[in-house]
Design a protein around this ligand. Structure first.
Ligand code: NAD
Length: 488
C-alpha cells in the first residue's frame, strides 16, 4: 500500500493580504470561518501595555476576589459549551464530541486553579532555623505581571487554557496569541472573559497573526512567555526571548511510546493504543505514536489493533471517529513518514492512504528505528508497532528518543508497571491507560528533552507563573540577631 494517493489539500492559512488581515477556514470545506487582523509590533506593545495596567488591579484584588471572577468565567464557558464546541469543530475540524471533551477538561482545570491558588501560593510562615531564631520567616509566590501565551491549533481550548487558567489564578494578566489556524476560538475565549467579568476585562486579551506576531509578543516586555507548539518553533521562541532575557515555559512536541508487557491485558492495551493514536486524527502532543509489544503478546496485540482500526471511520460529520487534518502541511508530513517507513522495510497492515485530507488509520510494522516515522513527531492517525524481547527492551527503545512528553505502560503487575513508569524518560506516564494524566488537574503536565521544560497544571503549574518571595521579620523586643557576623 502506498501513502501517496493524491488528496485535496485541507485547511491552509493564506498570508496576510494588503489590508493586513487573514482568514481562518474550515478544514473540511475550506469555507471562511472568520477574518482577523495581523497584529504588528505596535499593536502587540499597546495590548501588553493595557495588560500591565490591568495586572496591577488584578493582583491587588487578592485571591478571594480573583477566585470569584474565575468561577464566573468557568460558569460562562460551561453554559456556552455548545457554541464554543461548534466553533472548535468548524475551525479545527474535530468531531463535536471531541471538542466537548477538551472544553470540559479546560473548565475542570479552571476550577482547580481558582480553588487551589491561595493555598499553593499565599503567604505562609516557615521555620526560621537556628541562625535566625529571632526572626519570623515568610514565603509567598507573587505574580509576574503579564504572561504572554502562544498556543497551537490541535487543542485550541484545552492547551492554551493550561497556561491561561493557571497564570490568571496566580494573579497575572494574560495576552494570548492563538494559532493562526484557530484564531476564532482564541478570540471567543477572550470575548467570553470580557462578558463574564467586565470589571477586569483587560486582564485577558488576544492578539492575532502568524509567527511574527508571536515573536513581537516575546519582545513586548512580558514577565514570562508560555509557549505551546512544535519543538522547532520552541527553539525560535527561546532565541527571541533571549533578546530581552524573558523567561520561557516550553510545552513542545512528543513521540510518546506505549510498552505492552507479557502479562498485559492485550484487549485493553489495543483499545487504548487505537484511541491514543487515532483520536483527534493523531494530532495530539501526548498521542501514542510508537508501541513496543513483547514477543509473548505482539501478534495478538497487532490482530486486536488491526480489528479496531478497521472499524474507525474518518469524516467530518458528527458520527466520525476523527476529522480531517487541520493543516495541509501536516498531511504532507504524515505522507513523508509513512512513505519513509514503507521504503525502509516497514509494512502497513492497515491504512497508508490519504483521501481529501482524511488520512486512513495507519498501522505500521517492522519499521526501522532510524526511520522518520519512529524518530520524528508524525502528528497523524498512525502507529508503529515493534516486537521486543521483553519490557526492558521496550523501555530502552521507548527512551531512545530526543523527546519525552508522555507515555504509557500496560502490565499485569502493579509493581513492575510502576517501576517501568518511573524509569520511562517522560514527564508523565499512564499505567494501563493512555493520556489519563492530562485529566487530573492536580498533576503537573510537561516534558523532558525536546518536549520542553517547565510545568503547567497542578501546584507546579500555579508556581510556574510566579516568583518566590522571601521575607524575614526581626521580632520586636528581642536582641538583634546579627547571625554569623558577630559570632566568633
Ligand atoms: P507551531 O510550533 O507551528 O505553532 C505554535 C504557535 O507558535 C502558533 O501560534 C504560531 O503562530 C506561533 N509561532 C510560530 N512561529 C513563531 C515565532 N517565530 N515566534 C513566536 N511564535 C511563533 O505548532 P502547531 O503546529 O500550532 O502545534 C502543533 C505542535 O504543538 C506539535 O508539535 C504538538 O506536539 C505541540 N503541542 C504540544 C503540547 C504540549 O503541551 N507539550 C500541546 C499541544 C501541542
Amino acid at each position: 500500500q502506498s501513502a501517496t494517493v493524491p488528496g485535496a489539500p485541507t485547511g491552509e492559512v493564506d498570508r496576510p493580504d494588503a489590508t493586513g488581515t487573514f482568514e481562518s477556514t474550515d478544514p473540511a470545506t475550506g469555507a471562511v470561518v472568520q477574518v482577523f487582523p495581523v497584529h504588528d509590533a505596535a499593536a502587540v506593545r499597546e495590548t501588553v501595555g493595557r495588560a500591565h495596567a490591568a495586572a496591577a488591579t488584578w493582583a491587588a484584588l487578592g485571591f478571594a476576589e480573583r477566585r470569584l471572577r474565575l468561577a464566573a468565567y468557568r460558569g460562562h464557558l460551561a453554559r456556552r459549551m455548545p457554541e464554543l464546541a461548534d466553533l472548535v469543530h468548524r475551525e479545527n475540524g474535530k468531531p463535536h464530541a471531541d471538542a466537548v471533551l477538551e472544553i470540559t477538561l479546560a473548565v475542570d482545570h479552571l476550577a482547580w486553579a481558582g480553588a487551589h491558588a491561595e493555598r499553593t501560593l499565599g503567604r505562609r510562615r516557615v521555620r526560621s532555623g537556628a541562625l535566625a531564631a529571632n526572626h519570623a520567616a515568610y514565603l509567598e509566590y507573587q505574580p509576574l505581571g503579564v504572561v504572554g501565551v502562544i498556543g497551537p491549533w490541535n487543542y485550541p481550548v484545552f492547551t492554551p487554557m493550561g497556561s491561561i487558567a493557571y497564570a490568571l489564578a496566580a494573579g497575572n494578566a494574560v495576552v494570548f496569541k492563538p494559532s493562526e489556524f484557530t484564531p476564532a476560538v482564541g478570540a471567543w475565549l477572550v470575548a467570553a472573559w470580557r462578558a463574564a467579568v467586565p470589571d477586569v476585562a483587560d486582564v485577558l486579551q488576544v492578539v492575532t497573526g502568524f509567527g511574527e506576531t508571536g515573536a513581537e509578543l516575546c519582545r513586548a516586555g512580558v514577565g514570562k512567555l508560555a509557549f505551546t507548539g512544535s519543538s522547532a518553533t520552541g527553539r525560535k521562541v527561546m532565541a527571541t526571548c533571549a533578546e530581552t532575557l524573558t523567561p520561557v515555559l516550553m510545552e513542545c512536541g512528543g513521540k510518546d511510546a506505549m510498552i505492552v508487557d507479557d502479562d498485559a491485558d492485550v484487549s485493553a492495551a489495543a483499545d487504548a493504543a487505537v484511541w491514543g493514536a487515532m483520536s483527534n486524527a493523531g494530532q495530539t502532543c501526548i498521542g501514542i505514536e510508537r508501541v513496543y509489544a513483547t514477543s509473548a503478546v505482539h501478534d495478538r496485540f497487532v490482530a486486536e489493533v488491526t480489528r479496531r482500526t478497521a472499524a474507525l471511520r474518518p469524516g467530518s460529520d458528527d458520527g466520525a471517529s476523527y476529522g480531517p487534518m487541520t493543516m495541509a502541511s501536516q498531511t504532507d508530513i504524515v505522507r513523508r513518514h509513512v512513505d519513509d517507513a514503507l521504503a525502509t522495510g516497514g509494512r502497513a497492515v492497515t491504512g497508508g492512504t490519504v483521501d481529501g485530507g482524511l488520512i486512513a488509520p495507519t498501522v505500521l510494522l517492522d519499521v526501522p528505528e532510524s526511520s522518520a516515522a519512529v524518530r520524528e513527531e508524525t502528528f497523524g492517525p498512525t502507529l508503529t508497532i515493534t516486537e521486543v524481547a521483553d519490557a526492558e527492551e521496550g523501555l530502552r527503545r521507548a527512551n531512545d528518543s530526543t523527546m519525552g512528553l508522555g507515555g504509557s505502560v500496560f502490565s499485569g503487575s502493579a509493581d513492575r508497571a510502576m517501576d517501568l513508569a518511573r524509569r520511562m524518560r517522560s514527564g508523565m506516564t499512564s499505567i494501563n491507560s493512555v493520556l489519563t494524566f492530562a485529566s487530573v488537574p492536580a498533576l503537573p503536565f510537561g516534558g523532558v528533552g525536546e518536549s520542553g521544560f517547565g510545568r503547567i497544571h497542578g501546584e507546579d503549574g500555579l508556581r510556574e507563573f510566579t516568583r518566590a518571595k522571601a521575607i524575614t521579620r526581626q521580632r520586636v523586643g528581642l536582641p538583634v540577631d546579627l547571625m554569623s557576623f558577630d559570632r566568633p
